[in-house]
Design a protein around this ligand. Structure first.
Ligand code: GAR
Length: 383
């Protein structure tokens, strides 16, 4: 189980969406949510999230006591931090201790409309005023520069002439709901499973850090109907989303598509999967955008589209039976000779028949088992 933390300041819709997304599986858990506004949407939403430790850290404590936050993160064995509408610079003690392990989501296509003053509705207003045709959401690694870390993934939305800042905000929020859980899953796959934060080194950085960081101003409250996480159903992606169940894990290992809907006993498995969703740009660590499929175009990833042949199971059973049956028949013939020879006073013959029957029973069993264990890999080789 890989544990993540969320830092949030505002409405908390992204935090709730991320929580719900990973609740469906059993590989990643939101273990900790830290927020810095007592009267906020996130403060209300955390009450509904079971199994999540929710901690309010007052604004002044973010700069004066980052060690307390580091201790919380260490206590919960947090591997990755996701900023979700977190409107404060993360203290350097934390960015250094969790270098490459902090993500942020921004409601524009960075680097456009990022930086000082660009948060929440300000971004959408600026995009509308500039009559942009496209906007979107970007997930990036957090560095000491505001909105300046390496970009991990981005998702575009169209800006239409009738869009208002409020309608654009709602569109972008839906894109964020799809994008952020995928980006978190991808970031987790890129980092080693455990983090060893040196508490002494972090404490030293915390002390050295300036206490004069300017807190980011609170966003203006808006009347916009913010979509709730439950309103959308973000798709998951294989290779990006850690498998939720052993069945999914096997399917990933074997390179076949896993359809949770078809599995009767699927225990809250993630939805069916796609390699890369249309309109999503995945950026490699070195900054080069990875090729993506245009919206609606067929994807070229043969491996992920490979379907389990429908006759697969039937053939497996038929051929296994064929392997067992000849040896089984010989075993039956020898077994039937045991009693007839015994009553004919041929004790030596009965013993021989019994031994041969046993040998053929073993042969039948072994060929069946051997075939069962070899059939799958051999079939996959030629599939
Ligand atoms: C989100 O749209 C997020 O991208 C934005 O604030 C909103 C938070 O909503 N973040 C920034 O502007 C950061 N610069 P939420 O609290 O409902 O998740």
């Amino acid at each position: 189980m890989r544990k993540i933390a969320i830092f949030a300041s505002g409405e908390g819709s992204n935090a709730e969406n991320i929580y719900q997304f990973f609740q469906k599986g059993n590989r990643v858990r939101v273990a900790l949510i830290i927020y810095d506004r007592e009267e906020s949407g996130i403060a209300r939403r955390v009450k509904e999230m079971t199994g999540v430790r929710a901690v309010y850290i007052a604004p002044e404590d973010w700069t004066s006591a980052p060690q307390r936050i580091l201790d919380l993160l260490a206590d919960e064995e947090i591997e990755l931090i996701a900023l979700a509408g977190f409107l404060r610079m993360v203290p350097q003690a934390i960015t250094h201790a969790y270098a490459g392990r902090i993500l942020n989501i921004h409601p524009s296509l960075l680097p456009a409309y990022g930086g000082k003053g660009m948060y929440g509705m300000n971004v959408h207003r600026a995009v509308i005023e500039a009559a942009e045709a496209k906007s979107g959401a970007t997930v990036h690694y957090v560095s000491d520069e505001l909105d300046g870390g390496d970009i991990l993934m981005a998702q575009e939305v169209d800006v239409t002439p009738d869009d208002t800042p409020e309608s654009l905000c709602a569109k972008v929020r839906l894109a964020e709901f799809e994008l952020y859980p995928r980006a978190i899953a991808m970031a987790l796959l890129r980092i080693p499973p455990r983090i060893n934060v040196d508490p002494a080194a972090s404490a030293a950085t915390a002390e050295a850090e300036s206490a004069s960081q300017e807190p980011t101003p609170a966003p203006a409250q808006t009347e916009t109907a913010i979509p709730r996480a439950a309103d959308v159903n973000p798709p998951a992606i294989p290779g990006l989303t850690p498998p939720a169940t052993p069945a999914e894990e096997w399917a990933q290992t074997l390179g076949v598509r896993y359809d949770a809907g078809k599995v009767k006993d699927a225990l809250g498995a993630n939805p069916d999967v796609e390699q890369e969703a249309p309109g999503v740009t995945i950026v490699e660590i070195d900054g080069t955008p990875r090729a993506t499929s245009p919206a609606g175009a067929p994807r070229d990833s043969d491996a992920t589209d490979r379907e389990m042949p429908p006759t697969y199971l039937v053939w497996s059973i038929v051929v296994t039976l064929l392997c067992c049956i000849p040896a089984g028949i010989v075993a039956i013939i020898y077994s039937s000779q045991v009693s007839s020879k015994f009553y004919a006073d041929d004790l030596a013959g009965a013993r021989r028949a019994s031994e041969r029957a046993q040998i053929w029973i073993i042969v039948s069993f072994v060929t069946g088992v051997l075939f069962q264990s070899l059939y799958l890999p051999v079939a996959l080789l030629f599939n």
